[in-house]
Design a protein around this ligand. Structure first.
Ligand code: TYM
Length: 373
């Protein structure tokens, strides 16, 4: 891989991601102003993740807007591969999904792929992935999704309705397509090769249930797009509408790399971290501040290169003016890294305290959301 290149697949994100280039590589489209304007009209206000281009790419979003404008319903579908605790990066697309549910009154299907993480992760037993699925479900519920409009399921616990559709998908996807899209090798286990059929299913589930084409919109980070290229390719032949997608960029790690990833626990903040521990991770984060306070006050910094600034930008400061102010103060050396980190640490701690309280309450509400065979 050349030094300035990058890789984005559902299982690997490496290098410095060039998001514009990724749109070209994947063949998706940038969300343009006219689409933004339509969402603003429907939703009353644009989510800051749309205003800031964090959700920035799509497939067929215009089609979903057309349906909505005609008074037709659509469903939302998203998911989680339960390989560990939830981190803040995972929450980002889910927070946005909740905005879509609230704004459009849409039903949400939430898939927990306990099968995927068992198949793809050598070290994990199925008991592990199932346990994490239930742990992760608490985070989803804690975000405040509408119980009447949200169905959460583990693949292995809801397999009967899924399997029949998965079979029909699988029959239309060749090994050479799976290799080309996901980079599988001859040594890949055959469960992993089949898996994408299962991830396709919820995009078709509501259509299958209602016996008519129900449009589906999938919010996710752009790493999941390859699965849905396959889903879209087989949709028409199976008699279902192609699902639309809306993609976000990656919430960065505290180490300054592009994607927060569970494999590096020190540079990721988990929803189950004790607030003080999360605060310490932030205080220890790499910011590349000036060698001395004086130097930083004189020269300022580049906020776009700083993970702490990105945290405000991506999740922890919804007010655009305040973000702009933060950026200015950083560039002009008015706010130095230590202060900026301390402020963020307080916000993240407050967020975690509230989220953890909601997570506790979610334990009594699981059954309102879970779907089983
Ligand atoms: P998983 O568990 O890797 O990720 C769950 C969701 O979080 C997104 N994501 C991120 N978003 C922003 N910043 C990050 N650093 C970050 N890391 C992960 C992912 O794109 C995803 O939206 N196979 C899937 C589970 C799944 C799914 C779906 C996801 C099943 N059906 C439908 C999206 C839509 C997985 O392992 O996701």
């Amino acid at each position: 891989m050349p030094a300035n290149d990058f890789v984005v697949t559902p299982w690997e994100v490496t290098g410095k991601v060039d998001y514009e280039k990724l749109v070209e590589r994947f063949g998706t489209q940038i969300i343009d102003d006219s689409l933004l304007e339509r969402i603003r009209r429907h939703a009353g206000e644009l989510h800051f993740m749309l205003r800031r281009g964090i959700f920035y790419s799509h497939r067929d979003l215009g089609g979903i807007m057309n349906e909505h404008e005609k008074g037709n319903e659509f469903v939302l579908y998203t998911g989680r591969g339960p390989s560990g605790s939830t981190h803040l990066g995972h929450l980002m697309p889910w927070i946005f999904t909740k905005y879509l549910q609230d704004s459009y009154g849409a039903k949400l299907l939430f898939q927990l792929t306990d099968d995927e993480k068992f198949l793809f992760n050598e070290a994990m037993s199925h008991e592990d992935t199932k346990r994490y699925a239930y742990e992760n479900a608490l985070d989803i519920i804690a975000l405040g999704f509408d119980a009447k409009k949200t169905e959460i399921f583990l693949d292995t616990e809801y397999i009967t309705p899924l399997y029949e559709i998965a079979l029909r998908v699988a029959k239309r996807v060749t090994f050479s397509t799976a290799k080309a899209v996901f980079g599988f090798k001859n040594s890949t286990n055959i469960g992993s090769i089949f898996f994408t059929s299962i991830q396709s299913v919820p995009a078709f589930l509501e259509s299958q249930r209602q016996g008519r084409g129900v449009p589906c919109l999938i919010p996710c980070a752009i790493d999941q797009d390859p699965h849905f290229r396959v889903t879209r390719d087989v949709a028409s032949a199976l008699g279902y509408p192609k699902p639309a997608l809306i993609h976000c960029k990656f919430f960065p790690s505290l180490a300054g790399s592009d994607k927060m990833s569970a494999s590096n626990t020190e540079s990721s903040i988990f929803t189950t971290d004790a607030p003080e521990v999360a605060g310490d991770k932030i205080m220890n984060a790499f910011t590349g501040g000036g060698a001395t306070v004086r130097e930083q006050r004189e020269k300022g910094r580049k906020p776009v290169e700083c993970s702490i600034y990105q945290y405000y930008y991506y999740v922890f400061e919804e007010d655009d003016e305040k973000v702009a102010e933060l950026s200015r103060k950083c560039k002009e050396g008015e706010m130095i890294c230590g202060e900026c980190k301390a402020l963020l640490a307080e916000r993240v701690k407050a967020f975690l305290r509230a989220h953890q309280r909601n997570r506790e309450k979610a334990k009594d509400r699981l059954e309102e959301f879970m779907l089983r065979d």
